[in-house]
Design a protein around this ligand. Sequence first.
Ligand code: NAD
Length: 254
Amino acid sequence: MGLHAVSGGASGIGAAIASRLRSRGDEVLVVDVKDAEVEADLSRREGCDAALERLAELAPDGLDGLVACAGLGPATRPVSLITRVNFFGAQRLVDGARRLVAKKKGAVVVISSNSAPMDCDQSYIDALLALDEERACSIAEEIGDGHNAYAGSKQAITRWMRREAAAYAAEGIRMNAIAPGITRTAMTDSVYADAELGPVIKEFGETVPVGRLGQPDDIASAACFLLSDEASFACGSVFFIDGGHDAMLRPDEF
Ligand code: NAD
């Protein structure tokens, strides 16, 4: 039986991960703005600090697993909120809980997106990787495009994970990312309802090679595998669980 923390575990993919972990007998501390063992707003530095403090109290012997899943979709406004939650909320949570995960030689899973490899504004990515929150947010607002803010936040958190993976491994922590494709959750409902993004995502959803959209449990099964000892040699990798969309769009890149 393990003890795991799952951010964004109150809804969608995070809730499916928490539920799968619990069904196999593990204990889960959900970190979310609502319906959570650790209620915190990860869009703010103070919220991240409060969540980390509470996690240290609830898991004094350490965490077997940490899943950074909390996120906001491309229809979110202001667009800089996407930047704050998807990149800085995830990076601060993982970095801040590193000591707790190291205690148990556990695993970290970052929930990225199959939009991460898409072309994004380079100065935005540079600011994210430099951990310059105010500059990244002001670039996101200047560009004003939710898709750029979203895909860029996912590209940067994935690159950050890969840059840090070896150092984490030296402490006994395996860190990997999952890049889900379109998965039916409250987030996708909000994108489908968006006047501008809705028709685009609907059309894109009709081209998934396996012929269906993802379900939260499709992503949860991959996350549970990566958290388990069965994945003991998986480290620093990005797993596309997207019904074949990435292979269809970028067949020669991997
Ligand atoms: P969701 O909206 O169902 O769940 C997101 C969760 O994050 C919610 O419980 C929400 O309360 C929480 N959250 C949002 N802002 C927060 C904040 N400031 N502090 C703490 N918690 C906060 O969405 P989902 O589709 O399950 O998304 C989960 C993750 O999967 C996200 O990182 C998302 O980018 C990623 N993802 C989703 C899809 C998809 O198609 N659904 C595709 C690729 C990647």
